[in-house]
Design a protein around this ligand. Structure first.
Ligand SMILES: Nc1nc2c(ncn2[C@@H]2O[C@H](COP(=O)(O)OP(=O)(O)OP(=O)(O)O)[C@@H](O)[C@H]2O)c(=O)[nH]1
Ligand SMILES: [Mg+2]
Length: 347
């Protein structure tokens, strides 16, 4: 199971109470106040870890409490601070906090996009002051102490967005998983039925030592996906962070659908979900060319791609035909996205 959204409840430690005590020693009459301060309560942090890639543990274990601060003690001893607690999450996790904001209670607290980023999510309570702190020239024997402060108590939502350079999109069964298993070390399940892929897969494509990028194979889209049909938009959000999209379209005729129409539908679903998704650079790949019975389907898809001014490739994930050229085009598209616009040099 791939868990990409969980709610957790975090409670930071309370601060320890300040202590009420007086020095009592032989030969030291009226020894004065000696109650120490309470320790700080432990805080809770969320940390982006390269060693984990799912949020699944949080589904089974959603409650976290950090250690409380120890109470202050006599002889002016301060209580120990409570231990802080680190919650490790995959890189790419967004942290939302539940607030009282009407209408939009979930507010973004942090975006853990880089390894080892550590964000405070619940602050431990401060330690209360012991009575020794309240001594003054007019009050040499104060009986006043402070209780420790309460640790913050928060409801958080953790949401994982994959960080991939390129997203493979298309109807179910068009060969997305087959393609990613050919171009990377990812080995997702491949089968001749729709919705084989239920959770996104990430693969790293290495063209050469200094030319590599990541590709995400997400579950297939169908008409109405943006409203939750099929596996719906819960996976579309993984595409939000990609820099470019590759439309994989089955031209073999096995699906019984028209490839050009398939392309239009997927583009429409993307636009409905988020307009900025359809503003990303896109490439069209006619897949399964090894099994084409009617080439007019391929040419009509090519014409549609030309009309949309999208680069077009004929490939077969099964035989490998055309894939080297497609990977080059993916790399070129990414390089163009990353390079500063030429215009800037002339301005
Ligand atoms: N002839 C032919 N069949 C292919 C090709 N690529 C994939 N297939 C077959 O198409 C079927 C679906 O392939 P998948 O890679 O599982 O398709 P998918 O797009 O990941 O499907 P979902 O995960 O369901 O969205 C499998 O039976 C594959 O063997 C190809 O290039 N040529
Ligand atoms: Mg698949």
């Amino acid at each position: 199971m791939f868990v990409d959204e969980v709610e957790v409840h975090v409670v930071a430690g309370n601060g320890g109470n300040g202590c009420l005590a007086f020095r009592r020693e032989k030969y030291v009459p009226k020894g004065g106040p000696s109650g120490g301060d309470g320790g700080q309560g432990g805080s809770i942090f969320v940390v982006a870890s390269p060693h984990t890639n799912t949020l699944i543990n949080y589904r089974f274990h959603p409650e976290f409490t950090a250690e409380r601060g120890q109470h202050g003690m006599g002889s002016n001893r301060t209580g120990h601070n409570g231990k802080d607690l680190d919650l490790a999450v995959p890189i790419g996790t967004l942290v939302y906090e539940h607030t009282d904001e009407a209408g939009a209670p979930w507010q973004l607290l942090a975006d853990l996009a880089t390894a080892d980023r550590r964000v405070l999510v619940a602050k431990g309570g401060h330690g209360g002051r012991g009575n020794a702190r309240f001594a003054s020239s007019t009050n040499r024997a104060p009986r006043r102490t402070e209780p420790g402060g309460a640790g913050e108590d928060k409801r958080l939502r953790l949401e994982l967005k994959l960080l991939a350079d390129i997203g493979l999109v298309g109807f179910p069964n068009v060969g997305k998983s087959t393609l990613i298993s050919r171009i990377s070390a990812a080995r997702p399940k491949i089968a001749d039925y729709p919705f084989t892929t239920l959770t996104p897969n990430l693969g790293v494509v290495r063209l050469s030592d200094d030319r590599s990028f990541t590709v995400a194979d997400v579950p297939g889209l169908i008409e109405g996906a943006h409203e939750g049909l099929g596996l719906g938009h819960q996976f579309l959000r993984h595409l939000e962070r990609t820099k470019a999209l590759v439309h994989l379209v089955d031209v073999s005729g096995a699906s019984g659908r028209d490839p050009a129409h398939d392309l239009d539908i997927v583009r429409k679903e993307l636009a409905h979900f988020r307009p900025d998704l359809s503003a990303k650079p896109q490439i069209v790949a006619a897949n399964k060319v090894d099994a084409v019975d009617d080439w007019s389907r391929v040419t009509s898809l090519e014409q549609r791609a030309n009309q949309l001014k999208l680069p077009f490739f004929r490939i077969s994930g099964a035989t490998g035909e055309g894939i080297a050229a497609l990977l080059e085009a993916m790399w070129q598209t990414l390089s163009a996205e990353l390079a500063p616009p030429l215009r800037a040099a002339n301005d």
